[in-house]
Design a protein around this ligand. Structure first.
Ligand SMILES: [Zn+2]
Ligand SMILES: [Zn+2]
Length: 627
């Protein structure tokens, strides 16, 4: 038989050869270092037979940053964790242990609950296993045999997993530990050079709150010590930048159980909020949007018409109204905008009609999913709905993309675009989809944007472009979305009179660029580490008078800087302490005013430590350039 290697050359192998055989046929070194076979994007265990004509890539310990290579390493380490826990805690029951982004976990039911300090001991045991060395054997057995085996071992979770497993049952064994597992796994534990258990958490069996609560142990593993070190440093940096911590430290925002998932914005947080709102409002106006305001509550019949009732009912807050009616708080603005469009006769001359609304939406999120500002129940979206005719779609999508690029560039975040196309359960004909997908592609190409294609990932009512940003720590966030829709206008029976004197259904582009303002600010806090650019900084200049004698001159100076957000700190603290406070608050400019200072010569400390002597005019010029 033949397989095809990444350089397109063919490799001849005996019938039934495995990935490992293929690696050995190329060279003994490769066979030793091999960790995984990848074939057309799918991963395959080295122990499994290859097929005639299969395109294969053999990943090795050198692919130490490849996500698939890291996955197999971490999955194998999860099995080592289970072996260690079984040895240290007789009577423990094991559940599941998959690799995840940045690491792995394993869920256990401990006979007695364990605390964080147990992790060190478990980690020690894993190190002992690694020093001893482990190799993995794969076997395939019948369902009956697997059930018997795990029942005999007293592993009820595994029995349940076998019961509900689809396809073949495979086991992997290392040392004295056998796990029900689809794999793939490493050949042996040699490539695992660094392991760290990172935390404990509660987790329900199968994610269902009515099931037993298990203990989840998180960990991570790498192909080298340096990689682990770099990872831990990144985590530390992320911890320092955590918006929940910085939000309180910088006096911007806090959350409280009085209103779960609904932030309390402090005066300084509102400065940031309003700066973003001003940006949105200014750009909307210059890009031909009209601002509207629609109700927060609608009769559930409206949600039935829009289709939200079917898909979104569990995520909506409902309010009884009178004897018989129920109102639903809006989780989205679309229906309000549909009703507004439909409230008057429309002609093709009115199109495109671009509605913008920044109003508060409510989403009833499941307990446990709330996370600071990143996942809230009280969502303020910079929403827009563009009603247009088919021939206007491309131009409107182009406009949205241009707008998105403009906004993201302001924050020095790298933008990424993903186009999602027709799903299997699509509404409408292939011809219609050819047309709408074509319009989105054309707009992306015309704006000269590279994009990833997610085939089949579009909404059932139309294709969409998702907008992602990569922050300073290299983390990717989905921000906005641009979605084309022909269904909701039809459900609301919206029409416009065409030039042909016939009524047509408009298309609608749903678009949000910040996404949720709450989440966007949360991401910005972490992206900037709280050190906002001057235009967003809640306080832009702080003046620190050295002594009582300097207070008056400091206040006069503040008046001359009044176009900016300026403050005089004349508290009784020492000068050093007041400067330090300004640094902790990450204020971009601190002016220390003493005997030697005058408007011709100001002692200015910039955030980051740079000190200079500037005249008032020079300082003003610098501020103008940054705001
Ligand atoms: Zn496994
Ligand atoms: Zn919408």
């Amino acid at each position: 038989m033949h397989v095809i290697l990444p350089d397109s050359s063919e490799l001849e192998l005996p019938e039934g050869a495995t990935g490992l055989d293929a690696a050995a046929a190329i060279g003994p070194k490769l066979a030793e270092q091999a960790v995984l076979v990848r074939s057309n994007g799918a991963v395959q265990d080295l122990r499994l037979p290859l097929e005639e004509g299969q395109e294969i890539q053999i990943l090795t310990t050198r692919d130490r940053e490849d996500p698939d290579a890291l996955h197999v390493l971490r999955h194998s380490t999860a099995h080592l964790l289970a072996e260690a826990v079984r040895k240290l805690y007789p009577g423990v029951k094991i559940a599941i242990g998959p690799p995840i982004e940045n690491g792995f976990y394993y869920d256990f039911q401990f006979p007695e609950s364990i605390a964080e300090d147990a992790l060190e001991r478990i980690e020690e045991e894993i190190r002992r296993e690694l020093a001893e060395g482990r190799s993995w054997q794969r076997e395939q057995i019948s369902r009956e045999e697997a059930l018997e085996r795990f029942a005999a071992e007293g592993e009820p979770y595994k029995v349940e997993l076998v019961d509900t497993a689809e396809g073949e049952i495979s086991l992997y064994t290392q040392g004295e530990f056998t796990d029900l597992c689809r794999g793939p796994h490493l050949q042996n534990s040699k490539p695992i050079k660094a392991v760290k258990l990172t935390g404990l958490a509660g987790a329900y069996w199968r994610g269902d709150e009515s099931n037993t609560q298990l203990t989840r142990i998180y960990g991570t593993a790498f192909y080298s010590e340096e990689d682990l070190k770099a990872h831990l440093e990144r985590l530390e940096e992320a911890r320092k930048r955590d918006h929940r911590r910085l939000g309180v430290q910088l006096d911007l925002v806090h959350l409280s159980d009085h209103a779960p998932g609904m932030p309390f914005w402090h005066p300084k947080g509102m400065v940031v909020w309003n700066a973003l709102e001003d940006l949105r409002r200014r750009e909307n106006a210059s890009r031909g949007y009209v601002e509207v305001k629609t109700p927060l509550l609608y009769d559930v019949e409206t949600w039935k018409t829009s289709g939200h009732w079917e898909k979104f009912r569990d995520d909506m807050f409902l309010v009884p109204y009178g004897e018989e009616r129920t109102l639903g708080m809006k989780p989205m603005n679309c229906p309000g905008h549909m009703l507004l469009f439909g409230s008057d006769l429309r002609s093709y001359r009115d199109l495109p009609l671009r509605y913008a609304e920044s109003s508060t939406l409510h989403r009833n999120e499941r307990a446990g999913t709330l996370h600071g500002l990143l996942r809230v129940q009280h969502v303020t979206q910079d929403d827009g709905h563009i009603f247009c005719s088919p021939d206007q779609i491309e131009e409107e999508i182009f406009g949205c993309l241009d707008y998105a690029k403009y906004v993201y560039d302001i924050f020095d975040m790298e933008a990424r675009f993903e186009l999602s196309t027709r799903p299997e359960n699509k509404l409408g004909t292939d011809e219609e989809w050819d047309f709408t997908e074509g319009a989105l592609r054309a707009a992306l190409d015309r704006r000269d944007l590279e994009y990833e294609l997610n085939e089949g990932d579009g909404a059932f009512y139309g294709p969409k472009i998702d907008l992602h940003m990569t922050d300073v720590l290299g983390r990717s966030w989905q921000m906005g979305t641009i979605q084309l829709d022909s269904q909701m206008p039809a459900r609301f029976e919206l029409t416009y009179m065409g030039p042909d004197n016939v009524e047509h259904t408009p298309y609608v582009v749903h678009r949000a660029l910040f996404g949720s303002l709450e989440r966007f600010i949360g991401i910005l806090i972490e992206h900037y580490g709280g050190a906002f650019p001057v235009w967003l900084a809640p306080i832009q200049v702080r003046i620190v008078p050295v002594g009582e004698d300097h207070r008056e001159a400091s206040r006069a100076l503040a008046d001359k800087l009044s176009a900016y957000r300026v403050e005089v700190d004349d508290s009784d603290e020492t000068v050093g302490k007041r400067i330090r406070n300004a640094e902790l608050e990450k204020i971009p400019y601190v002016v220390v005013y003493g005997d030697r200072e005058s408007e011709n010569s100001l002692a200015v400390r910039k955030r980051g430590g740079e000190r200079s002597s500037l005249s008032l005019d020079e300082l003003l010029r610098e501020l103008v350039a940054k705001v």
